[in-house]
Design a binder for this molecule. Structure first.
Ligand code: MN
Ligand code: MN
Length: 301
């Protein structure tokens, strides 16, 4: 099984999940570095992947998505366009990004795409079972029982990560993974700046998606004279067709990003032991890295 990690989701969870008193020898905050590798170790033990790729956020808010929808992630953007990150996280991200290749863990990224898109692309390239590790709800769209693609959702922290297959997605949201995007677009998603459709809340969105077969079916029903779509909703859909089309494109993960082919095979030993050693000492994370190495190299029963 190939484990595709939404690395930013994991280091944000680690940053907020560990006490700020965890410090590197030089006094900088180090909880995110420690928690990231401890989290990966926990996930590797629980799910026994044979491969792992850490997918990085090459562009957290791609211009092409903002052009389609100016409000996309707007609330999280600083005036210069960069993401508002909490104090002391940037240095730790740089350390994690240096440690991964030194440990021999594959990374993948593209300067014009989000980790969502890189993950969707790598998933679509393999016939192997895939486990996506993320705290980003958008990626529920990748769940696919037939292809054995599941999501480990980090909402409530790494130790309480929940495994989602198609049935779990349907139980939580009321729609299957193939209609998760339709549901999110209709209902709206404030954290990404998706306004949704006026007068359509979560419950109505679920009913509409399941009755008409997603937004495509809903648009067809709305355009049809004498359809059984209630008049009020028919009007809302016809008035927001432009939003619906744009929002579906914005919310759909791209599956053909031009990222190099990556070999996610787990290493038997670190690729650059001297560098691991130096970073480990600099950040005071030797035991977390030892636990991680053990978790990925111990033969699975
Ligand atoms: Mn994301
Ligand atoms: Mn997303």
């Amino acid at each position: 099984m190939l484990m595709l990690i939404d690395a930013a989701s994991l280091w944000y969870r680690a940053y907020y999940g560990l006490p700020s008193s965890i410090k590197a020898p030089d006094g900088r905050r180090a909880g995110a570095v420690r928690g990231f590798f401890d989290g990966l170790a926990v996930l590797a033990r629980r799910f026994s992947p044979t491969g792992m790729v850490c997918c990085l956020e090459g562009n957290w808010r791609p211009e092409w998505r903002v052009e389609l929808m100016p409000g996309y992630k707007a609330e999280r953007a600083q005036p210069d366009g960069s993401e508002d990150t909490p104090e002391g996280l940037d240095d730790q991200v740089a350390a994690i990004e240096a440690l991964l290749p030194a440990l021999g863990i594959a990374t993948a990224t593209h300067p014009s795409y989000e980790a969502d898109d890189v993950i969707a692309t790598l998933a679509s390239r393999t016939a192997e079972p895939v486990l996506v590790v993320t705290g980003d709800r958008d990626l529920f769209q990748l769940v696919d029982d037939e292809r054995d693609r599941k999501v480990v959702y980090l909402a409530r922290g790494i130790s309480k990560a929940e495994l989602f297959d198609g049935e779990a997605v349907a139980t939580k949201f009321g729609v299957g993974p193939n209609h998760y995007v339709d549901f999110a677009v209709l209902r709206g998603d404030p954290s990404d700046g998706l306004p949704g459709v006026k007068g359509i809340g979560a419950k109505t969105a679920v009913t509409l998606v399941n009755t008409y077969g997603g937004i495509a079916g809903l648009k067809a029903a709305a355009a049809e004279e004498g359809s059984d779509l209630p008049e009020r909703q028919r009007k809302s859909i016809l008035e927001t067709t432009d939003y619906l089309d744009r929002a579906v494109t914005v919310s759909t993960a791209v599956t053909d990003v031009d990222v190099p082919v990556v070999d996610g095979a787990l290493p038997h030993s670190p690729a650059d032991p001297a560098k691991v050693e130096a970073l480990s000492a600099e950040w005071g994370v030797a035991s977390a890295l030892a636990r991680f190495n053990e978790a990925i190299t111990t033969p699975k029963a």
